[in-house]
Design a protein around this ligand. Sequence first.
Ligand code: SF4
Length: 418
Amino acid sequence: MKFCVFTLGCKVNRYESDVMIEKLSRCGYEVTDSLEYADAYIINTCSVTAEADKKSRQAVARVLKFNPEARVYIMGCSSQYDFMQFADKPNISLISGTASKAAMLDNIMSGISPLNFPPCLMVPLPDIYEQEGIPHPSKSRGLLKVQDGCNNFCSYCIIPYLRGRSRSRSLKSIIEEAWLQSRYTDEIVITGINISAYGKDIGSDLTELVKALSVVPVRKRFGSLECGVINDGLLSAMGDCGFCDHFHLSLQSGSDSVLKAMNRHYDSAFYLEKVELIRKYFPNAGITTDIICGFPGETEENHAESMQTVRRARFSGGHVFVYSEREGTPAAKMPQEPKEIRSRRAAQIAELIKAGETEFLTAQRGKTYRVYLEEEEDGWSVGHTSNYIKVYTRCNSLKKSVNLKIGELYKEGVKAYE
Ligand code: SF4
């Protein structure tokens, strides 16, 4: 029997799918994570926006195009948000949520299908971290999940309602898995729903995690961080312990009154202080961000404040999102800004971010960096520097780390030479 595990959404979902793929392979099943013919499909869904929900629903039809007779299993954030939206879909054998995904495989492998309609098995969100197994070796950089859930309740975000309270994985199991992954990759990306909350529930913290990972001989990179976790202790530990000088520091808005309405626990001055602290320890750091534009109540003045904060931060890249209501969040109940205003503001911020990115990449020309060549793209070997510059090279050393000299701008990165 052949399974296809189809993943939507974030790195945590990707990691959890890799754990399921490893479990199925060890149980002797043929497994793929590409959209192709299979006897059964596990769709690991996403619900970060209404659009993500829609794509999760549409994924059922997409997989059945390959095999109309296949069994379909739904899990993840979208079914946790509203399992009924999958009830009328064809061939659904089981619907579960965000918890105990790998454990749900036992039901799937034994062909157990709940008799109720729709065939739903929602496991309560756990209070402690679920250690569900190890991921299938990644094709490129390794993902290492260290935390789940979130207690922040940013007013636009549905995730805390779907993933539950923040819960941290034990240092011991993180280190064991990092050693395992170091056998097949030169770089590990530390991921979680809110990794900045790591350790708070188990008497540890991110700095202790960084120090513990120093023994594992691979490059380590953090996923998204909250500015509140940035301090001298963490930054100096990162410098000593083989962590990348790349900080994806979510700003979300550069206006203090909008940050307040978003229930984000910092202001623009605090954020910029942290950016400067990072540059004190890592002068060449790549600092990228996420920004939401057109948040309810955001005025033209607030937007101008946001633009100013972006200019002062001098980001090396970032994602800009047009605010979209998410039913079930406090922000969705607030008076909304017209869509065309949201899009116009997002375009202006995106232009600023692009200018900062170009300036950062241009300043790197002639410098030599160690690059882990992860994959191939249109005949190029592609990888990233420690400060997250995307590099295209003709150097033919896939899955290896090489020293390359930065050249001209190319696509969303640069060309580089031996
Ligand atoms: S920190 Fe905020 S945006 Fe991130 S998952 Fe938690 S609630 Fe959502």
